[in-house]
Design a protein around this ligand. Sequence first.
Ligand SMILES: [Zn+2]
Length: 86
Amino acid sequence: MNAILQCAKFGEPTDGAEIYVTDFPCLQCTKMLLQAGIKKIYYLRNYHNDPYAMSLIEKKHVTLTHVELDAEAIERASVDAYLAGH
Ligand SMILES: [Zn+2]
């Protein structure tokens, strides 16, 4: 919700945009994202996934992607960042 409102405030178009969120959006947020014209949703965690929200996303042909984080890749990236800082 905040991300969309910030876009509205600063005149950044959301129509056709992609969004990255940590948790599966609730029904109200899903409706808002669809109204804002979001075309791709990437989310990290399944969180009380609302079946009605899922059906709305499907009906609007919005791409829904569950992002899988690779723990080893994160570890390597943080070690690299640590070494780069020394
Ligand atoms: Zn929500």
